[in-house]
Design a protein around this ligand. Structure first.
Ligand SMILES: Nc1ncnc2c1ncn2[C@@H]1O[C@H](COP(=O)(O)OP(=O)(O)OP(=O)(O)O)[C@@H](O)[C@H]1O
Ligand SMILES: [Mg+2]
Length: 306
């Protein structure tokens, strides 16, 4: 998908302004920016829900305004949590959507089974949606984006409003969708760090940066990645010093008795190599979490909100 000088004005207000962004391949790209930055507006232009004032939104090289059907043939979207009729079951709701979207009759059953399987709702396929939790409804919404087996999936804040378990479930579903391009907006930077390989950040309708998370973090978060490592026993000076000597490590800070934050140069050591190094010390490392590198970068790039 590609935005070329993509612009949307509401009256004299520029919600999206000359956006150039080309996202290719099979990966997950996070779309970040403060409230009102223009994320939903951009996604709506990509899906033909609103028309651009200027420039173009292309999917697989096809301009959405010129040939919406062809452009969206291989793309599906979930924008701002749609409500499903509460009297319907997931299977009924998805059947209806198959019909609306023109999924060939012969393929419908298979597509519905596969989509419900991917979001782990098979067990609930014949229960009424009205009795579902928000998280379960959102899983059905995500299933609806999978019906056409799309190459490109656009998700606008898919886990917003869900409880921690619901968020974790949506996250793991997104991570399980292999071999597709996923373009996902989110305010949850920990989620983006876990799910996405790349991020595009916008503010006031303009693109600030588009790069891999590692590069964005390296460039804008005080020059390095950071991970928090937990141990089964208290961390002593000896351990701090041994971790400090691993390749690429810049600083090691003890944050409490059993945790350290390791800042490292992602050009010298990838995160997985660092983990291997720390595990190799046989010091009882039990947890390894991305520290808020992306948050640091976000805060340094986005100075003030509206
Ligand atoms: N239909 C509309 N008419 C007028 N202004 C609009 C319309 N839709 C969006 N806007 C304005 O465009 C700007 C961008 O809105 P948009 O919804 O794209 O932001 P966002 O990045 O998705 O924010 P959030 O993170 O809060 O969802 C906002 O200032 C919003 O008020
Ligand atoms: Mg939005």
């Amino acid at each position: 998908m590609e935005a070329v000088q993509l612009t949307k004005n509401f009256g004299s207000f520029a919600a999206v302004s000359g956006l150039n962004l080309k996202v290719q391949g099979t990966k997950c790209v996070g779309f970040l920016g403060p409230n009102g930055a223009g994320k939903t507006t951009t996604m709506k232009m990509f899906t033909g829900l609103i028309t651009a004032t200027g420039g173009a939104a292309l999917i697989n090289g096809v301009d959405v305004t010129k040939d919406k059907k062809a452009a969206l043939a291989s793309c599906s979207t979930l924008i701002e949590t749609p409500e499903i009729y509460s009297a319907l079951t997931p299977r009924e709701a998805l059947s209806m959507l198959c019909e609306i979207r023109g999924v060939p009759k012969a393929e419908r059953r298979k597509r519905i089974d596969e989509s419900l399987g991917l979001v782990k709702m098979t067990e609930w396929e014949d229960k009424r949606v009205g009795s579902f939790s928000k998280g379960m409804k959102q899983r059905v919404n995500v299933a609806s984006t999978l019906l056409s087996d799309p190459e490109v999936i656009i998700l606008d804040e898919p886990s917003t409003g869900l409880d921690p378990r619901g968020m974790a479930e949506v996250r793991s579903i997104v991570m399980s969708l292999k071999d597709r391009l996923i373009f996902m907006s989110s305010h949850l930077l920990a989620e983006v760090t876990e799910v996405c390989q790349e991020v595009a950040m916008i503010d006031h309708g303009k693109l600030l940066v588009y790069d891999t998370i590692e590069n964005v973090t390296a460039k804008f978060a005080g020059g390095g990645g950071a991970v928090e490592v937990g141990f089964t026993r208290a961390v002593d000076e000896g351990l701090v010093s041994r971790v400090s000597q691993l390749s690429g490590v810049q600083t090691v800070t003890r944050t409490n008795e059993r945790h350290i934050v390791v800042r490292f140069d992602p050009n010298l050591t990838a995160r997985d190599k660092l983990f291997e190094g720390i595990a190799g010390l046989k010091a009882g490392a039990v947890s390894f979490e991305q520290s808020s590198g992306l948050e640091d970068a976000y805060l340094s790039l986005i100075k003030e909100t509206l």
